[in-house]
Design a protein around this ligand. Structure first.
Ligand SMILES: [Mn+2]
Length: 376
């Protein structure tokens, strides 16, 4: 079994060659295909995949095979993500002691997403996994049958440099890309909140995934790429499949020598679309975004559709739809009370319908829309 090692890959700069950048596809092969179509991806382009193609989605194996085909075609460069690397290691390390815990992990994913990478691998080898024993019986067949796929994954680079850009799933620990070769694989692939945590200012822009961008704001819920113009970082993980309002983000660089101002963005989600029947001007004032980092709340009053809560992190008291609360009413996640600025005829992604209006997403920004709408 080959395991991923920390390595740096240089991408040759071809003047005029478009470079498309995506991250955190997490088993969403269909979404990846559709966003590439939307960007008119062709054999002349280069696609950089900034890690975490597996797990937390409906089709990890299909995504892996799709990325393999793109690489055989010669116009894709995949980087390893922490989840990708962990799969190789954990599957190889399955034994009688840990198979029970792994089954619980699979059951969690089945409840959340209906499947898991290991379930998909096992199914193709003819196994249905009900017990820890089933997991262990399937392992040798899985490792033999998918030797090519595992080798392919293990060969992914950790850091890629090309032209004026650097690519890595989590983030760089050292300012100079080459100095990161001394680092642990997970230090580079699982660097949480890299944009706010790193002490460095980078010479070239570092493009990262891993940390859903909506976690960077406590006031606005938005899923578009976030740029730090001082530290020189672009974070692009739109939380596709992880968050109900999530999206896949794709950067388009005219080439690797381009200026940051020349980069354009294509986004894709699978939410239903609506057309606004009236304009809406947001009420002036502060808004809050209760995200996964600050999700602890206290229930003050339970209603049929909405509940009044106190957000422990901010001390704010507000009404939220019951569907945003955990079963035990102690957590609220990805909720915002912000209002969208909407023109009549705008197309929005629909997230949650209530009797007081809907929560929708316009151009990557989430908020309330109180007006009438038609479903498209
Ligand atoms: Mn990750």
């Amino acid at each position: 079994m080959n395991f991923p090692k920390v390595c740096l890959r240089t991408i040759p700069h071809k003047p005029g060659q478009r470079v498309l950048v995506v991250s955190d596809v997490h088993g969403h092969a269909g979404e990846l295909r559709r966003i590439l179509e939307k960007a008119s991806f062709s054999d002349d382009d280069l696609l950089v995949i900034v890690g975490d193609i597996l797990e937390k989605g409906p089709d990890s194996l299909g995504t892996l095979r799709y990325v393999m085909r793109l690489c055989e075609n010669g116009n894709a460069i995949p980087l390893i993500g922490n989840v990708d690397a962990w799969q190789i290691t954990v599957i190889d390390g399955l034994n009688e002691e840990n198979a029970g815990g792994f089954l619980e992990y699979l059951e969690g994913l089945r409840r959340w997403k209906g499947t898991s990478f290991y379930d998909e691998l096992a199914a193709e080898c003819g196994y249905t996994l009900r017990t820890a024993d089933d997991i262990l019986r399937a392992k040798p067949d899985i490792q033999a049958h998918f030797a090519r796929e595992f080798d392919f994954l293990a060969g992914f680079a950790t850091v890629a440099v090309g032209g004026k850009y650097v690519f890595v799933h989590g983030g760089l620990r050292e300012a100079n890309p080459a100095d990161n070769l001394q680092c642990d694989l997970y230090a580079l692939t699982k660097y949480d909140a890299f944009m706010t945590s790193t002490p460095h200012t980078f010479e070239n822009y570092v493009i990262v995934g891993h940390w859903p961008v909506n976690l960077y704001s406590e006031t606005v819920q938005q899923l578009n790429p976030v740029i730090d113009y001082e530290k020189h970082i672009i974070a692009i993980d739109g939380g596709c499949g992880i968050k109900k309002e999530g999206q896949l983000n794709l950067l388009i660089l005219p080439d690797l020598a381009c200026d940051i101002s020349e980069i354009s963005v294509v986004t894709k989600d699978s939410l239903p679309r609506i057309r606004a029947g009236e304009a809406q001007t947001p009420i002036a004032g502060d808004s809050i975004h209760i995200n996964w980092l600050t999700w602890k709340v206290e229930l003050l009053e339970r209603g049929d559709e909405f509940s009044r809560i106190r957000h422990l992190h901010s001390g704010w008291e507000l009404w939220v739809p019951n569907s945003y609360l955990s079963d035990d009413n102690t957590r609220c996640s990805d909720y915002t009370d912000a209002e969208l600025s909407v023109q009549k005829g705008d197309e929005l992604s629909l997230i949650c319908e209530t009797s007081r209006g809907c929560i929708a997403k316009k151009d990557g920004v989430v908020g309330w829309y109180r007006g009438t709408y038609e479903k498209l």
